[in-house]
Design a binder for this molecule. Sequence first.
Ligand code: ZN
Length: 145
Amino acid sequence: MQAISVQQPWAFAIARGGKTVSNQEASTAYRGPLLVHASMRVDLKACDSPLIQAAGWDPRDPLATLGAVIAVARLDDVCSAAVRGEPCDCGPWAAPSTHHWRLADVRALPRPIVALGRPGLWEPNPTLVAEVELMLDSASADRPT
Ligand SMILES: [Zn+2]
């Protein structure tokens, strides 16, 4: 299990808004489960962007918080075409000149778990991972069948 810290409102858009591409400065060879952590920084001008508005950005939503893990996803692939100035099929969320980390199976947490993040990819401690897994297990147990 690894984690990435993402600025709000982008982290929210991953958790709630169907954003399946995270634009990162660096590539990674890692593939697999990934915690999505909302960093302490906010990209203020992005909050008004049409993409973020269309993703249902709501500052009152608990997952709009800062400094917490808010979702779990799987890192499936990293597309570096845009870094080479080439076109790709990563969709509207993909930014120019960045690596496109392609996420699948995004699951929003029922509530945020406060945690310290780090820039880029980082390894969450086992206590944090256990807390996330416990929360997801109880969330699926509560789901009506
Ligand atoms: Zn791409």
